[in-house]
Design a protein around this ligand. Structure first.
Ligand SMILES: Nc1nc2c(ncn2[C@@H]2O[C@H](COP(=O)(O)OP(=O)(O)OP(=O)(O)O)[C@@H](O)[C@H]2O)c(=O)[nH]1
Ligand SMILES: [Mg+2]
Length: 1039
């Protein structure tokens, strides 16, 4: 089946907006218009919220996609109209801040966005962030002012009041758009100047002598500002829909212009320009006048008179003051066809939707608007692809430079065009729900039949000896499975499931979850079964594919199956043509979260050859970034033996959800990081029911602490009597004695190490890999998963140096710090904890072993004397003690940061050691030595002024003037600090930025909305409002 048609008739659109503003309800209306759900249920079942928890909570948690087909009458140039069928791929996204990554993955795949705003709540925090997302991805937005009914039934505004309210709301949304535009304009200006300077410099070099003469006119040109006319929402431009998704109606002013043009004797196009705004109908002259000509008269704007009053009239007659006669009059005035029986219906909301669905059908309006406003893929890609390929370009469009760009810009779907598709996320689907497995409902039926036959046979044999009765007729119709009737009590659900699984196993169908890629094809046609290249996110477009850095970021995969998505259903297709959104099977284990799929032609890659196919390879997903996860909890299975299942489940989850990070902590605990508390709940549910399928215990949110020490103002005298931090220690029988001194690291060294932890890890890894290959072992050099490198419980920051420059940069910093730090570079023997941290072990002995720098550079083992070997062994134990001490500090067993431990002396009693060795008691000596070193390091830290460090969040809080004081109160109570505060222009809101200790942050949202509860909102949506007000919290550096 190939459902997609010509790309020019396709549209890819996403619904975005703040939580609860009605996105999923709106989707119901579109699904009903496509007969996927009944129109009576539209607005009630929120069909795309297919998860159980989504339905229970009434909130979307995962985005879902659906392909719809609509036939729209299109006007042709000759004045007539003809039907044209459009495929509209819609993606419904969640509005809750915890799931904002779903919005970014969806918007990458679409060309247009339906931005929903609740007419009463107006512009909220998430509205701004989704608008920004749409702006960045160059989506064409359509504003839907939803929940219009609330103005009439809840606020009970008059039409005139409502008009002013609406005008203000549109202003607010436009202010947000304006701020994006202004920001971009400044960036553009800067970029333009840089570009110009670069061009001039190039020219200067080329014609050193004739610079002035070659200054062409274009170079001397002034910066051309872009026009901001078309970025704003304006009802007269047709990009604003007024709607009530729940009552199933929506309109643009064009609809009323069409209705009234003849009546008012005006041209439809002219009426459209004046139907919104301060224009009035002069009752005497019957002409439209602007407010200048009002001359003191009190007239209603046209929008109030011709649009709002009509809608108010319907609501009044049907809901507010039910009056069936008036309803009948309205119905006949609007020439609607409603059966008299329905007119008397007591279900007023149903009657309302009957009237509106004929008069101002929401689905017709939305579809028409999408077709009018959202560009079809070929024109959309002309604008969006250049920005994806070259994020820094100034121009809106550029000319294609090669075949790849030609195909991409034009959305070319011919079989010989390069295939390029972007997978923006991987999502999990139960294997049994894939269409290829679903086709066999007979299997369960067969199973039941088998059981039934056997049972009946048994029964018959028991009651009657007649062998003929053993033949039981087999019913021909196959009922949908799982409907075990109560008449067959022995057929329990468990039995059925068990049986089903056996049959599934017999047929080779696996149970469990499988991962599919969620993708959009930008060029070419992808065919089922073809082989494709998967270009992974770290692929560098500027280097050739055969470059060593790029090679590992290309893998090949087979497009095993292709599907179009129908909400809860997947429909298998043989091929997908450019411009469509689809799901693909076959990437599991190859693609981690996102990738660009490429192939030279529709039939796929014939024998991978990077050199031959290099022209078609491109990375479109490199810059896909999602919000950083912040809430961490440790997980353990209820039954310890289930640990492997949990680990596997975590792996699947991390892949299926771009906003989840999982890792094993230094303490061995398995930790999951999620975007928020609600997101955590969803993840736990998924782990329990889908990915791990075991009972799991989750700890309370973990808060990272670190231990360190500082030079306090008033410290007790050093315990050892010598330099502060010095500790003497020894193994049993004083066979090995040592002196260690702890000292806090100077801030520049600490900062440098903190910034470059990833580099230290990489140096260790490279050395290990080299070691492995030198020894010629069969073990493959381990390439760590990129997702794991950065995280490991540390907050990720891009390093400030390249690995090659690490040691020289560290040396420079140490020299700058002076004193004993100046010469430590060749004496550093380890970083800690766990070899990668900001604590140092520095060996000051004259005969010290090789420094870490030297060891990392070469792995050669030299032949050493026996005595030297003993010293080397004890150097190793020394490091073990140091690693233990820094992993669990003396205060509360948290990792130690920012300390240097100097080994000042190490004395070995060789004769005594030899005796112990002969007596076979070496283990005791080494054990006691390691613990002595560990204790010495801990005591050394305590000799200074010890400190426990808290992780801090940066929180953006939005508060109105009257509650600003309270915000300060809550932040202060939680030991937070306000770092910035500014008034949002054009509103009464303040943006407050605060630093808040992570340990105090749980329930912070609760704290804020407790008083919001009493102060601001008195409606049911309080919880969500307050959460939204917390905005996004991002982890910042430790302090
Ligand atoms: N009065 C009124 N309520 C509406 C309207 N549209 C939606 N609602 C209600 O608003 C609530 C939220 O609707 P949803 O469609 O789930 O909102 P959403 O934007 O999908 O929410 P998330 O996906 O969780 O962000 C539901 O209780 C709807 O019944 C409307 O036009 N008028
Ligand atoms: Mg929703």
């Amino acid at each position: 089946m190939t459902t997609q048609q010509n790309a020019a008739n396709a549209r890819n659109v996403t619904t975005i907006g703040h939580v609860d503003h009605g996105k999923t309800t709106l989707m119901d209306a579109l699904l009903a218009a496509n007969n996927i759900i009944s129109s009576r249920m539209a607005g009630k079942i929120r069909y795309l919220d297919s998860r159980e928890d989504e339905q229970q909570r009434g909130i979307t948690m995962e985005s879902s996609a659906v392909s719809l087909q609509f036939t729209v009458m299109e006007r042709n140039p000759e004045g007539g109209s003809s039907p044209k069928t459009h495929t509209i791929n819609m993606i419904d996204t969640p509005g809750h801040v915890d799931f904002s990554s779903e919005v970014s993955t969806a918007s990458r795949l679409c060309d247009g966005a339906l931005v929903l705003v609740d007419v009463i709540e107006g512009v909220c925090t998430q509205t701004i962030s989704v608008l920004r997302q749409a702006w960045i991805d160059r989506l064409r937005p359509i504003l839907i002012i939803n929940k219009f009914d609330r103005l009439i039934t809840e606020l009970q505004l008059t039409p005139v009041e409502a008009y002013h309210h609406l005008a203000q709301l549109i202003e607010q949304v436009n202010a947000v758009m304006g701020s994006f535009f202004a920001g971009e304009r400044m960036e553009d200006d800067l970029r333009w100047r840089e570009e110009r300077e670069r061009r001039l410099a190039k020219k200067k070099e080329a014609h050193a002598d004739e610079v002035d003469a070659t200054l062409s006119k274009a170079d001397a040109d002034e910066f051309q500002e872009k026009d901001d006319e078309d970025i704003y929402f304006a009802p007269e431009k047709g990009n604003v829909i007024f709607a009530s998704a729940i009552d199933g109606w929506g309109f643009r002013i064009g609809k009323f212009a069409h209705l009234y043009a003849v009546k008012l004797g005006m041209k439809e196009a002219n009426l459209r320009t004046v139907l919104w705004g301060d224009f009035y109908l002069d009752p005497k002259t019957k002409r439209v006048i602007s407010y200048k000509h009002l001359k003191g008269r009190v007239l209603k704007p046209l929008f109030v008179q011709f649009v709002l009053e009509n809608i108010w009239a319907v609501y009044e007659a049907v809901v507010l003051k039910p009056d069936s006669e008036r309803v009948a009059k309205i119905v006949s005035a609007l020439s609607l066809k409603i059966p008299p029986r329905e007119l008397k219906s007591k279900d007023t909301r149903y009657l309302l939707s009957l009237i509106f669905s004929q008069w101002l059908s929401l689905s017709t309006c939305v579809i028409q608007t999408i077709v009018d406003i959202v560009p079809p893929p070929p024109s959309a890609q002309r604008v969006r692809i250049p920005k994806m390929l070259y994020p820094d370009i100034y121009e809106t469009t550029i000319e294609p430079k090669n075949k790849l760009e030609e195909n991409l810009f034009a959305c070319d779907d011919r079989p010989e065009a390069y295939v390029v598709a972007l997978v923006s996320k991987m999502f999990a689907v139960p294997v049994e729900e894939l269409p290829e497995n679903k086709k066999r409902p007979v299997t369960a039926e067969e199973l039941r039949e088998r059981g039934r036959t056997a049972r009946e046979a048994r029964k018959a044999a028991e009651t009657n000896g007649d062998a003929d009765l053993n033949i039981v007729p087999v019913p021909l119709s196959s009922e949908p499975d799982g409907t075990a009737s109560p008449a067959q009590p022995s057929e329990t659900a468990a039995e059925l499931k068990q049986g089903g699984e056996n049959v599934a196993a017999e047929l080779g169908i696996q149970t469990g979850e499988t991962l599919l890629g969620f993708a959009r094809i930008y060029s070419g046609t992808i065919a089922r079964g073809s082989t494709i290249y998967c270009v992974l996110p770290k692929y560098n477009n500027t280097l050739p594919p055969s470059h060593p850095r790029n090679q590992s970021h290309i893998v090949t995969a087979k497009a095993e199956r292709l599907y179009t998505m129908m909400g809860r259903e997947l429909v298998e297709v043989q091929e997908v043509r450019a411009g469509n959104v689809f799901a693909i099977k076959g990437l599991e284990g190859k693609v981690w979260r996102n990738a660009t799929l490429c192939a030279p032609r529709s039939v796929g890659v014939q024998g991978p050859d990077l050199e031959r196919d290099k022209e078609c390879l491109v990375n479109l997903g490199g810059a896909l970034r999602t919000a950083a996860p912040i809430v961490r909890v440790a997980l353990e299975p209820a039954v310890p033996a289930d640990l492997p299942k949990l680990v596997n489940g975590l792996k699947l989850l991390a892949q299926a959800d771009p906003c989840v990070e999982t890792f094993q902590q230094q303490t061995g605990e398995h930790v999951i990081m999620t975007a928020g508390e609600l997101h955590l709940e969803r993840c736990l549910k998924d782990l329990r029911e889908r990915f791990a399928r075991v009972e799991i215990h989750a700890s309370k949110p973990i808060v990272p602490f670190r231990e360190t020490c500082v030079k306090g103002a008033e410290m007790a005298p050093p315990k050892s009597g010598g330099k502060r931090g010095t500790v003497y220690g020894a193994s049993v029988h004083n066979l090995v004695k040592f002196t260690i001194r702890a000292s806090p690291l100077p801030k520049p060294i600490w900062d440098f190490l903190q910034d470059n932890l990833a580099v230290i890890r990489q140096l260790h890894r490279e050395s290990r890999n080299r070691d492995l290959s030198q020894r010629n072992t069969n073990i493959e050099a381990v390439e760590e998963d990129p997702a794991e490198i950065d995280i490991q419980g540390e907050l990720y920051k891009p390093p400030t140096v390249e690995p090659e420059q690490f040691w020289s940069a560290l040396e420079d910093i140490c020299k700058k710090c002076g004193g004993e730090w100046a010469s430590i570079i060749d004496r550093i023997v380890a970083f800690g904890p766990q070899k990668v941290g900001t604590s140092l072990l520095v060996d000051l002995r004259k005969t010290s072993s090789k420094s870490l720098k030297a060891r990392l550079a070469t792995n050669k083992e030299e032949n050493v004397s026996e005595e030297r070997q003993i010293v080397n062994d004890f150097d190793g134990y020394l490091e073990t003690g140091f690693q233990l001490a820094t992993l669990q500090g003396p205060l509360c067993a948290e990792p130690v940061e920012g300390l240097a431990y100097f080994v000042e002396s190490l004395e070995i009693n060789y004769a005594g050691l030899e005796e112990e060795r002969v007596q076979n008691r070496m283990a005791q000596v080494t054990g006691s030595f390691i613990s002595a070193v560990r204790d010495a390091c801990r005591n050394g830290l305590l000799d200074w002024s010890p400190r426990l460090m808290l992780a801090m969040y940066t929180c953006d809080i939005q508060a109105s003037t009257d509650v600003l004081g309270k915000v300060y109160g809550v932040v202060a109570r939680r030991r937070g600090r306000i770092v910035a505060e500014e008034m949002r222009e054009g509103t009464t809101f303040f943006n407050v930025r605060a630093l808040l200790p992570v340990v105090e942050s749980f329930g912070f949202a609760d704290g804020v909305y407790c008083w919001f509860l009493s102060l601001i909102f008195a409606t049911e949506g309080i919880r969500r409002h307050a959460q939204a007000y917390i905005g996004c919290c991002k982890p910042s550096a430790h302090i």
